[in-house]
Every structure is written in structure tokens, then in C-alpha cells.
Design a protein around this ligand. Sequence first.
Ligand SMILES: Cc1cc2nc3c(=O)[nH]c(=O)nc-3n(C[C@H](O)[C@H](O)[C@H](O)COP(=O)(O)OP(=O)(O)OC[C@H]3O[C@@H](n4cnc5c(N)ncnc54)[C@H](O)[C@@H]3O)c2cc1C
Length: 448
Amino acid sequence: MHTLYHASIYDRARPTPSYWEATAPAAAPRAPAVDGDVTAPVAVIGGGLTGLSCALHLARDHGIEPRVLEAGPIGWGASSRAGGFVCFGATKLSFAQSLARHGEDGTRALWRAQAEAIELVEALAADEAIDYGRQGDGQFELAHKPSRFRELAEEREALARYAGVASELLSPEAFAERGHGGGENHGALHVKAGFGLHPLRWTWGLAEAALRRGAKLHGQSPVVAWRREGARHRLVTPTGVVLAERVVVATNGYTADGLLADLDGRPMPVISNIIVTRPLTDEERTAVPWHTETPIANTRIRLFYYRLLPDNRLLFGARGDTTGQPEHGQKVARWMHRRMGELFPPLRGIAIDFTWRGLVCLLPKLSPAVGRSADDPSVFYGLGYHGNGMAMAPWTGRLLARLVVGESTEVDLVPAALRGAGPAVLLPSRRLWWLRLALAWYGVRDRL
Ligand SMILES: Cc1cc2nc3c(=O)[nH]c(=O)nc-3n(C[C@H](O)[C@H](O)[C@H](O)COP(=O)(O)OP(=O)(O)OC[C@H]3O[C@@H](n4cnc5c(N)ncnc54)[C@H](O)[C@@H]3O)c2cc1C
């Protein structure tokens, strides 16, 4: 199997040095490695939010007790590394592009799915008693240029029309009063859906719920080989073999080429970096000034996303390097530190306590992919949330559970924009070259 980045990006032996790990619940969910030969009605490959939600829904709603196989500790991938923004953005299609491709109804289905996904986070947390560390109210999109403020006005109308979600346009002055002071404020859109959460508590909470409902979780169990054996799938891990009747692939940005032919050459994994400051003093908060716990993202394509954490630290995220080499990650983190200081001068040079990175998953079709393998009707997949899977991944996991049990067909259950993996990237082995070209172009667009 083949992956795109430097080996350090896939090093599951090293703990993630994140703020979320440092503030996680005391005990990780019980997930022993596969031991010997075992069977399962359904095997789920990937123990992030997609796989865990699929397992929870299979066990809770459909009476099927699946096994989840995760290469690292449970939640090791993007799910435990995220910024914790629960928001829209699982597609990179603009409303205009979506209308051209999927029409009015298809566009409504795509945005309603994202609104439902946000609602699902709250419903699942309530049903399964998950303390996910909720913060803020909605999301701010901050215009980094006057022209982007005009685009936010159009977005406001489209969100109301297609997602049924209200939002409020704020002048630069109004955002400075409700959001924060500092640079690059040309007005904002306050989307009245979403919030911030603690990604690791959310992920482990879903894992504990899946366990309680009868799913079995296996950490340190990478699927290194997979073949058909009669009516069953033989999934080989270093410590044992799982014989499964059906398989769900939920490996998102960590999907290796060679795992499932339907996905080969599709995922465009992109590194996202996060830095977290030491706690801000009251004087620093007043000096910025900083008024909100609501998550904020600016309108750059190469965006900055940031939020104030419960202990007054600032979490600041941005897209990362394109090699995965540790020294390139460190260079990006230094650049982010400098840019953060430029945006918020009172915080210039502030100590950074946590730095980490992980893979988000883009797809050439520009919207998530949910489907059934063309070669084998007992294999399913769900991935590609374009950096916004805190809500969309659990929503997809629930949808996958319905597909697996045959509740209905893909055509009935999966919105057209999400159905299927779409085409592969041209020259898949050159994906990182395409990414470098795209990032260079986005950098130019962000300045226009
Ligand atoms: C730095 C960063 C910031 C982000 N911020 C946000 C945010 O603020 N809001 C938001 O909505 N989204 C955010 N995201 C995206 C979000 O985290 C993901 O969309 C979401 O977690 C995807 O969940 P998943 O379960 O599909 O994938 P993942 O959580 O990546 O899980 C996939 C798992 O599959 C495992 N795996 C891969 N291959 C195998 C194999 N062969 N055998 C067994 N296991 C395997 C991997 O180890 C991995 O743990 C962010 C992501 C990153 C990296």
C-alpha cells in the first residue's frame, strides 16, 4: 500500500503532542489489538469519527455488533487533531458550482446534509451522554478583504435558501465589538449554526458509546492485507485476522492507495497545522480585545481558523507544508506564529505550548464521497470532508450503517452530490505536485 507524505505523518507509535491529548479524559476507550482469528458481521477499517459513528449506529440502531480496526490508538487520525469547529464547509463546491452540477434540489440536499450533521452532534451527545466541551454559538466567517464581504452577503442568502440556516452580516465595527479586534477585519458573517468542541472528548465519547452498545474496538490493528475468502473478507493485521461478511472503509485522509480500488488516486490528503498559545492574561485579552468563544475562520482559501479555548489559550490553525517532513512542519508553525502576531499585535511573540498537524481529505469531486464498491457489493466507504468532518463524519457514519444493513439503496439514501467516489486525480502519483500548484494559485487568489 502506498501513501503520499513523509513517514512521520503516519507514525502511529508517537503520541500526538496536542492540547486535546493534554486535556483528554483520564482513560482512553478500551481497544485491544486483534488477537488471533476472529469473525465479525461487519469490519470497519478506521477508528475515527466516521468509523466509530458507523459502529455505534450499527450496534445501537440495527443490532449488528461490528469490529472497528484502527491502525493506531482509537481516534489517532484527524478526528483527535482537529480544531473542533462544528460548522459548514464539508464541500469545496461554491453554491454556483453546486447548482450547475446538482441543480436546486441537489444543492439543497447537500447543504441540508451539513445542517443535519450539526444537529446530529447535539442529538448524539445528548442520547449518549457525551461531554464534548461545547463552546461558542455558531461560527464567524471573517472577510479578509472588502470584496469578500460582498461574497459573504451572497452566502447569507444561499445559506438561508439551501440550508435553512440564518446568519447575520456584521460590519467591521460590529465584529470588533462581538468578535475581536485586530487586523484583516472587513466585516463578518455570523452563521447561526455550529459551535466549538473538544475533538478528542467527542471522538472518545463516540467510541465509549459504540462499546456500550456492543461494538468491539481494536487499536494498533492496521489492515495490511485484504482478500476475499469465499463469501467473507479476510482482513490481515499484524496480530490477527478478521473474517468479515461486510467491510466499511473509513480511513479518510490516511487512506493508502492499494487498500480499495474504488478509492485509489482519489483522496488528496492535505496537511493542516495547529498551534496553541499559553493562556492569555486578562490584560492581553483586553488589549486585543477578544470577546468571543465562537470559532472564527477567515475568507482566505488558504484560510486561518482560530478560537479561544476554555482556559484562555488561543488555538490558531492553517494549512501546512506539502512534504510532511518534520523540519517543514516546524517551519510552517514558525510562520503561523509570526502571522498570528501580525493579526493580533498584543500577542506578538507569545509562547506556544502545543504544535501538531494531521491530514484532512480533499477529493477531486469537491464534496464528500459515500458509496458501495463497484467490484463488491459488500464493501462500503465514506470520506472526503474537506477539513470539516467533526459533524459530517459522524453523519456519514450513520448513513453508512443504513447502507450496510440494506435499509434502502444508495440512490434513495445518499444525496447525489455525495454519491460515489468520483474520478481519480489526473496522474495520481503526482498528487502533491498538483497540490503545490493549487496552493500557489490560491495564494494569488487570496491577494486579489
Ligand atoms: C489539523 C486538523 C484540523 C481540523 N479541524 C477541523 C475542524 O475544526 N472542524 C472540522 O469539522 N474538521 C476538522 N478537521 C477535519 C476532521 O478532523 C476530519 O474530517 C474528521 O476527523 C474525519 O474523520 P474520519 O474518521 O473520516 O478520519 P480520521 O479521523 O482521519 O480517521 C481515519 C483513521 O483510519 C486509520 N487507518 C488508515 N488506514 C488504516 C488501515 N489500513 N487499517 C486500520 N486503520 C487505518 C487512521 O489511522 C485514522 O485514525 C481537521 C483536521 C485536521 C488534521
